[in-house]
Write a protein that binds this ligand. Structure first.
Ligand code: NAP
Length: 321
C-alpha cells in the first residue's frame, strides 16, 4: 500500500486542475488521477469535456479564444509548476468508511488519502452516430453545448438544428435563435418534457420551428456539416434537413458510477449532492467540484471556480488535523 497522500484529486478538467493549482500552492502536494489515455476506455476523459471542444471563446483572459485541449494543457502545466503529481489511471472504487480514505486504481493498487476532491465531470450524451462523433471531434459543426459554441462565426445567420425535448434543448435552441437564421428543434415524440415556460418561448420565437416525431439517423458533410438525415418515428419516412450546425441536447451523465457503495450522497440524477454552499459532500474530508456536482451551469469557468473552493475547503479541513 502507498504512503498516505494529503489530498487526491480525481479528474483533470477545469475543476480538477484548478483544485490542483490551489492545493499545490498550499503545499499539499496533490496527486491528480487524470484518467487513462484516450485510446483506452476510461471512467474519466483525461482533460474532461474540453478535449471535445475546439474553440473556447467565453473563458475570461483569452480575448482571441483558445482550443479546449490547449487550455487543459496550460492548466496542467500551471498545476505541475507548483508540484502537482499526476497518474494516468482511473479510480474504480472508493472506501470512505474510515480514515485514511482508500481508493482503488484501475491497475488494482490501493492508494490512501486524508482528503479527496472528486472532479470527474459529466459527459454529454450523444446520439451515437459515427459521423456525429467525427464532426464533433474535428470542430465540423456538431456540438453538445450551444452556450459554448453557438456564438462562433460558423453558426451565425445559418440554419441550425437542436436535438432533444427537455429544458436544455429548448434553452439551447432559444439561445441559438439570437444568432441563427433558423433553429429547428428535432424531437423524437410529439410533446416536450421541458417546462411550459420554455416551450412557450420556443413557440413564440419567429425563427424556431419544431420537427415533431423525428430522430437524426445520420449527419451529412465531409469537413463540416451540410445537413442531417431525419427519420419520422411514426411513419418511418426519411428526409434531409439542410443545416450548418447540430446541437445535441439529450442530457448528461455524471461520472459517479465509481462512487457506488462509498456513501457519497447523490441526487436523483446521480450528481453529487452538496448539502451546503461550498464543496463539502455529506462525508467529512470528501469534496466535490465541477460538473459532477453541478447539473445547472456546466461551464469551464464555473467548474474552475468550484475547484478553487474545493482546494480551499480541503486545506481548511486538513489544517484542523
Ligand atoms: P432531460 O430532461 O433528460 O431531457 C432529455 C431530452 O432528450 C428528452 O426530451 C429526451 O426525449 C431526449 N432524448 C434522450 N435520449 C435521446 C436520444 N437518444 N435521441 C433523441 N432524443 C433523446 O435532459 P436536460 O434537458 O439536459 O435536463 C436535465 C435536467 O436539468 C432536467 O431536470 C431539467 O429540467 C434541468 N434543466 C433545467 C433548466 C432550467 O430550469 N433553466 C435548464 C436546463 C436543464 P424524451 O422526452 O422522449 O425522453
Amino acid at each position: 500500500m502507498s504512503e498516505i497522500e494529503k489530498v487526491i484529486i480525481i479528474g483533470s478538467g477545469p475543476a480538477g486542475w484548478t483544485a490542483a493549482i490551489y492545493a499545490a500552492r498550499a503545499d499539499l502536494s496533490p496527486l491528480v488521477f487524470v484518467g487513462v489515455p484516450k485510446t483506452q476506455p476510461s471512467i474519466v476523459l483525461p482533460g474532461g469535456q474540453l478535449m471535445l471542444t475546439t474553440e473556447v471563446e467565453n473563458y475570461p483572459g483569452f480575448p482571441e479564444g483558445i482550443t479546449g485541449p490547449d487550455m487543459m494543457a496550460a492548466f496542467q502545466k500551471q498545476a505541475e509548476r507548483f508540484g502537482t503529481r499526476t497518474r494516468g489511471e482511473d479510480i474504480v472504487s472508493c472506501d470512505f468508511s474510515a480514515k485514511p480514505f482508500k481508493l482503488e486504481t484501475s491497475k488494482g493498487e490501493t492508494v490512501l488519502a486524508n482528503a479527496v476532491i472528486i472532479a470527474t465531470g459529466a459527459t454529454a450524451n450523444w446520439i451515437g452516430l459515427d459521423n456525429e462523433m467525427r464532426l464533433a471531434r474535428s470542430g465540423g459543426g456538431v456540438s453538445a453545448c450551444a452556450v459554448c459554441d453557438g456564438a462562433l462565426p460558423a453558426f451565425r445567420d445559418q440554419p441550425l438544428a437542436v436535438v432533444g425535448g427537455g429544458d436544455s434543448a429548448l434553452e439551447e435552441a432559444s439561445y441559438l435563435t439570437k444568432f441563427a437564421s433558423k433553429v429547428y428543434i428535432v424531437h423524437r415524440r410529439d410533446e416536450f418534457r421541458a417546462s411550459k415556460a420554455m416551450q412557450q418561448r420556443i413557440f413564440d420565437s419567429p425563427n424556431a420551428e419544431v420537427l415533431w416525431n423525428k430522430v437524426v439517423v445520420d449527419v451529412l458533410g465531409e469537413d463540416t456539416i451540410s445537413g442531417v438525415l431525419l427519420k419520422d418515428t411514426v411513419t418511418g419516412e426519411e428526409s434531409t434537413l439542410d443545416v450548418r450546425g447540430l446541437f445535441v441536447a439529450i442530457g448528461h451523465t455524471p461520472t459517479t458510477s465509481f462512487l457506488e457503495g462509498s456513501g457519497v450522497q447523490l441526487d436523483d440524477a446521480k450528481y453529487i449532492h452538496l448539502p451546503s454552499r461550498g464543496s463539502k459532500t455529506n462525508i467529512e474530508g470528501i469534496f466535490a467540484a465541477g460538473d459532477v456536482a453541478d447539473s445547472v451551469y456546466r461551464q469551464a469557468i464555473s467548474a474552475a471556480g468550484m475547484g478553487c473552493q474545493a482546494a480551499i475547503d480541503a486545506e481548511h479541513y486538513l489544517s484542523q488535523g
